[in-house]
Design a protein around this ligand. Structure first.
Ligand code: F6P
Length: 471
């Protein structure tokens, strides 16, 4: 398989699974990266390189649902050291404000380098002469430089889907300079927010010693690298159309009925991740019930927690904590047929998510730190009648655009309780005023706008400069 546009991400957009009858099958992978990039790949007829989950060694390039996919293999040891280890127990917490403590292990770093090299080699095989490779996310930060060495003819872009931390945190990393140099192999490095791009530029100046000016880095070999923010988004029209369909409209009604037609449905949908603030949000809701501000006869909190990184210790701990909290809240506050929390530890297809968004009166998105959070944007896209209230953490990238949400500090339990009440008691007029504005924002800044502006800038980036720079 060859292509002018190659997207490379740790994961393929589909995961290899075993069906109940024992035969192998495919399922959409979790997370915002896939939601955002799938329509982009479709529109550009590109190839997607990534890992399909598991340890299968014999998978060949294939087409699924119109997408051209190139699977990468991973051994059990690489899954442990590269994926669960360096990617998700070192970089993930380090890049999310140390919400959990990052672990630094030299053998994990070795595995990270090895796997990044293999991904770079595969990109070098697949990309056409003079083509474009768009590298995704924190798992593959060394790929741009490794790929440039193999294929200097390529245009290389990198996009980070998660936050990029301030220098004060990043410099804890024993391999900080190597990671920065890895990213500098790209012509264009994209971030969710301008602050993240500035953090990167500052670190490059301090730790690698290159000259920088605004969003440009001047390399000693004459190349320039641009680092800029491109806030990611969703396929707004696609979600809206899905939400409008007869099947989803009907399913939303069924969901409300199944929940006992309560006056207010609160909804949270997240990967089960400690950055998402699920525990604190449910605690806040539980306190409102026990203080009599809300009543299980009239309100229910639906929490969907999508299983994620289940072998990583911190994720196991979180799952137990949430299981216990939900059990306690339902035991203490629920009545027959009226649980306080309707909790699902499962992943659902897009149609079911759209129906849940349509059924929910108050969407609660309260991460401690989040690159963007596309669930918030999906909710907005599905609210066809300009109703529905969004409670949103100030620390989600989406808060920079969705200013009309009820913005909260997820560390402030009382503030969160007040916002949940206010959002659930707001007048239809107030709710509609806010939702209309947010719908305008997301429909204008959709995923097509995001991808076109990144790919346009990438096509223009990387021209040689004539600055005298220190080496
Ligand atoms: O956006 C962050 C991210 O880690 C993506 O890179 C990833 O595809 C998604 O979340 C889901 O995580 P995982 O691939 O570890 O299940």
């Amino acid at each position: 398989m060859h292509a002018d546009l190659v997207v490379v991400a740790n994961r393929l957009p589909v995961d290899r699974i075993t069906m109940p009858d024992g035969t192998p099958g495919w399922r959409t992978s979790p997370g915002g990266l896939v939601t955002a990039l799938e329509p982009v790949l479709r529109a550009n007829d590109g190839v997607w390189i990534g890992w399909p989950g598991g340890t299968d060694q014999d998978l060949q390039p294939f087409e699924a649902d119109g997408l051209r996919l190139v699977p990468m293999t991973m051994t059990a040891e690489e899954i442990e050291e590269f994926y669960e280890g360096f990617s998700n127990a070192t970089l993930w917490p380090l890049y999310h404000d140390l919400v959990a403590k990052p672990e630094f292990h030299r053998e994990w770093w070795d595995a990270y380098q090895r796997v990044n090299r293999r991904f770079a080699e595969r990109c070098a095989e697949v990309a056409s002469e003079g083509g474009t490779v768009w590298v995704q996310d924190y798992q593959l930060q060394l790929v741009p430089a490794m790929l440039r060495e193999l294929r200097p003819d390529l245009r290389i872009g990198f996009y980070l889907h998660i936050p990029f931390p301030p220098a004060e945190l990043f410099q804890q990393l024993p391999w900080r300079r190597q990671l920065l140099e890895g990213l500098l192999g790209a012509d264009l490095v994209g971030f969710q927010l301008p602050g993240a791009a500035q953090n990167f530029i500052r670190l490059v100046r301090q730790r690698v010693g290159h000259k920088t000016h605004r969003d440009l880095v001047y390399l000693p070999d004459g190349r320039t690298v641009r680092a800029t923010a491109y806030p990611i988004s969703i396929d707004y029209a696609g979600f809206e159309e899905l939400a409008r369909s007869e099947a989803v409209t009907q399913r939303a009604k069924e969901i409300r009925e199944a929940l006992g037609n309560p006056e207010k449905i609160f909804l949270g949908c997240d990967r089960l991740d400690y950055t998402k603030g699920i525990y604190a949000r449910l605690r806040a809701y539980g306190e409102l019930l026990s203080e009599g501000e809300l009543d299980v006869e009239q309100a229910v909190f639906v929490q969907v927690a999508v299983p994620s990184r289940e072998q990583v210790e911190q994720y196991k701990i979180l799952r137990d904590e949430i299981d216990r909290l939900v059990g306690r809240l339902n035991g203490d506050l629920g009545t027959i047929g009226r649980p306080a929390i309707s909790y699902m530890h499962s992943s659902y297809p897009r149609e079911e998510m759209a129906a849940l968004y349509r059924a929910a009166d108050v969407m609660v998105v309260t991460p401690y730190r989040d690159g963007m959070n596309l669930v918030a944007k999906e909710y907005v896209a599905c609210r066809l009648d300009d109703d529905g209230a969004l409670v949103l953490s100030e620390f989600a990238g989406a808060a920079e655009e969705l200013r009309q949400a009820w913005l909260v500090n997820p560390y402030d339990l009382n503030g969160m309780k007040a916002a949940l009440l206010e959002a659930s008691r707001a007048t239809p007029k107030e709710i509609s005023r806010r939702m209309k504005a947010m719908r305008r924002t997301v429909s204008t800044n959709d995923v097509n706008a995001w991808a076109s502006s990144f790919l346009h800038d990438l096509a223009e980036a990387g021209t040689a400069h004539d600055k005298t720079v220190r080496s």
